[in-house]
Design a protein around this ligand. Sequence first.
Ligand code: HEM
Length: 388
Amino acid sequence: MSKLCRFFSHPVRLAATLVLTVGLGVAAVGLPGFAGMALAQQAGEVPGQSLGKTSDADFWRAVREGEQFTVSIPDKKAGVMIQSEGENWRNARNGPVTNFGGWIIVGMLVVLALFFGLRGRIRIDSGFSGKLMLRFSSVERIAHWLTAGSFMVLGLTGLNIMYGRYLFGRSGEATGDFSALHQFFAFTAYYGKLVHSYIAFAFMLGVVMIFVLWVKDNLPRGIDLKWLAVAGGLFSRGVHPPAKKFNAGQKFIFWVVVLGGASLGLSGLSLMFPFTFGLFAPTFGMLNLFGFDLPATLTVIEEMQLSQLWHAVMAVMMIAIIISHIYIGSLGMEGAWDAMGSGMVDENWAREHHGLWVAEVTGEAPPPDDDGDGGSKVAAEGAKPQTA
Ligand code: HEM
């Protein structure tokens, strides 16, 4: 028997040799496979087929970046697991929009207080004549007060949504006593939001009425430049630039109410009926035609976030501007309130602030400041001066 036969004749030695041989064979065949898998993992692939080929890192990165995945439930929005724009929206809403919005409103109150301190109440320079003229019909006044009343309710309830929790909602946080003010905020926030949603329709109706009734008197005209050149005489006594039914300042208010109101209404409706229609993607698409580079494809959630920010910014701007209107229509100018109260104004007030309009409704020759078109020469019967 050869030496080799003798070596393998021992069972243990034979078994050890077999194990060693098989092991080396497996290693020879398997190692390149393992190496390949390791390389594949480095390239971002997961070994095997059951879990798909995307690595966890890639998968979670896509989740973090807000990728829209497929879900089998009807609400496809659930396919976005993390929406980072939501955090940006929240920061913008609770940061600059809230802060600057507050300062704009407070700033307007300060400016008006200073103006009142320096200029005082704008008086009728020639005094009351005792003769009254019809300035606004009852339909016009109904349209005005429908818009004004609903706007004030919307403004207050809207400001409560934005600032209420800072003013009232935090009372008791330190002491743990959530009484009075905190409860007040909980009540007003809940019912205020309901009121806000319903009263919005009254406001939209009012804006449409105002637009139909007054648009023809609010188209820009050359004469407005004369009014603007002397700032309407607001800063100097005895200065009365020519104006028809509405002067340039009032035209500004009119267009703020009509365009701002339409914009507030549309963005409000998109918030009221979430995810049903988007305003921003089509608007951005149009703006891009003029050289802008705005995202023309937006998810429904992004549409909601932009609607909310736009609604808040527009509301704050409008509130600040309307505060100045309320001031000039009440405390700031003698004789103005009556125009929207009884509808009758003093003739001297009308001559000083709307001289061309007086000429139109009375049929008098227009003052020399007319801008040339002569205006409507048809005198409205009810507008003729009457003795008070
Ligand atoms: C207490 C609140 C308010 C008062 C005292 C007030 C007063 C007045 C007065 C007196 C006029 C007529 C001015 C004139 O005869 O030439 C007027 C007009 C007008 N008001 Fe108001 N108003 C108030 C609130 C509002 C609100 C909240 C809005 C809209 C959101 C509004 C929108 C308008 C518009 C569009 C006009 C016509 C353009 C103009 O005269 O500026 N008003 N208001």
